[in-house]
Design a protein around this ligand. Structure first.
Ligand SMILES: *Cc1c(COP(=O)(O)O)cnc(C)c1O
Length: 422
């Protein structure tokens, strides 16, 4: 029985997959917050480098991965697809469960898949410094790492509650040479404004994004980088799903249902988007996004235009949102504490092509503990939401005696999140 599907470096996809080429509907465009008209590429060019803006609006089906990015991908890709045989035995489920493990990347999550691409395109566009926000620190570490590889300075605004809960991530970013500031901070006018009305504000991704954008807008050699939500980020993450397709073909498995955790939507979308054309052409396959019930954008949010940040600097995006001023409770899955969602994922949910489920923190940590004990890998608290979804599905398969194939993306390991477990 083959339980681990490894591909060789020659099997790394040479192209990212752009689902916009295949969707039978057009996404609502991002709007300029001032004019409420579709935002112009010129305005975006102040924030992002040209090649990424082109990708953001591209309708080409396949976009070539540049050679220098492929070289970096080869450090940790292709990532393994592993059959969770120990979990299956423990659950006594007739379902076959596989996971695509993204925790093997240098920073321990899927985030370098886009960080490396973004650093590369900024570098060739003449940018000197990248500024960004981070919640739990996974995105900040990935961008710090990518900045080190491509010779860019990196500045990170880290949500204050995580800055104190997860100092290891800060050390890691510093190790790669990045500058890290807890947000809200005194370094920006928006940060000072938040602190003056609430000195104890724990921060949020929305506030940290506003601070990072303010810095990017004030310095011509600095651009902004976002770790999730936007079309180009999801595009880069499709390496996950493209490899997964290949791996499933190799072992002759047909997946029935795919689970992924959902914060801004990048690992989930990266996994499922390459399978969307199959679903559109009538194949029976389900996609389930798993989110925390403490920050339930897809299951409880409204589908409407909203800002990506708290100050209202970003274009308005059509998405499921809890409102830009939503301050999520201090749950441990810091990477899932975002008020909005990726416009692509939101639309797929709206169209009934993607399902969403919410999970309480307790159920998530029980799932994580079980997974660590039987499979051995300590999952990131974010990834554990997908495991919780899989456990519910495997239980149902057992009760109804369905021999289905379940796949989920284990988006990262939790070795720097052990305080959350304790
Ligand atoms: C950031 C992060 C997430 C959430 O972000 P998405 O864009 O929804 O993927 C999930 N898992 C891990 C391990 C993360 O670092």
């Amino acid at each position: 029985m083959r339980i681990r599907v490894n591909l060789g470096a020659e099997d790394i996809p040479r192209y990212w997959y752009n689902v916009l080429a295949d969707l039978p509907f057009k996404l609502d465009p991002p709007l300029d917050p001032e004019t409420k008209k579709p935002v112009s590429p010129e305005k975006l060019a102040v924030i992002f480098p040209r090649p990424l803006i082109e990708q953001e609006v591209s309708d080409e089906r396949f976009i070539a991965i540049p050679e220098p990015v492929l070289r970096e991908y080869a450090v940790y890709r292709p990532t393994p697809l592993i059959r969770a045989t120990f979990l299956e035995e423990y659950l006594q489920t007739p379902a076959r469960i596989y996971y695509k493990y993204e925790g093997v990347s240098p920073t321990g999550s899927h985030k370098p898949n886009t960080a490396l691409a973004q650093a590369y395109y900024n570098k060739i566009d003449g940018v000197k410094r990248l500024v960004t926000e981070t919640g739990a620190g996974q995105w900040g570490s990935a961008l710090a790492y990518a900045g080190a590889k491509f010779g860019l300075e990196v500045k990170v605004f880290m949500v204050k509650v995580s800055f104190h809960q997860k100092p290891m991530r800060k050390y890691m970013m510093n190790l790669y040479g990045a500058n890290v500031t807890p947000s809200p901070s005194e370094e920006t006018s928006f940060g000072r404004q938040v602190l003056s009305s609430d000195p104890e504000n724990p921060g949020s991704l929305g506030i940290a994004i506003s601070e990072a954008l303010e810095v990017a807008l004030s310095d011509a050699r600095t651009k902004y980088s976002l770790g999730s939500v936007l079309n180009h980020v999801l595009l880069h993450q499709t390496v996950i799903g493209l490899e997964l397709k290949r791996q499933l073909e190799l072992i002759g498995e047909k997946v029935d249902v795919i689970f992924g955790c959902h914060g801004g939507g990048s690992n989930f979308a990266g996994t499922i988007l390459p399978f969307v054309p199959d679903k559109l052409s009538g194949r029976n396959i389900r996609f389930v996004a798993c989110e925390p019930s403490a920050c339930p954008s897809l299951t409880k949010g409204r589908y409407e235009y909203d800002h990506g940040d708290t100050a209202g600097l970003t274009p308005l995006l059509k998405m499921y949102t809890l409102g830009k001023d939503f301050i999520p409770p201090r749950i441990h899955a810091g990477g899932l504490r975002y008020h909005g969602s990726a416009p692509i994922v939101a639309r797929l949910v709206k169209e009934g092509l993607v399902e969403a489920e919410a999970f309480d923190q307790e159920e998530v940590f029980e799932a994580a503990k079980l997974f660590a004990r039987v499979e051995g890998i300590v999952p990131a608290p974010e990834s554990a939401h997908a495991i919780a979804g899989v456990l519910r599905e495997a239980q149902k398969a057992k009760e109804e005696r369905i021999e289905e194939v379940i796949v989920f993306t284990l988006s990262g390991h939790g070795l720097l999140d052990l305080t959350a477990y304790s």
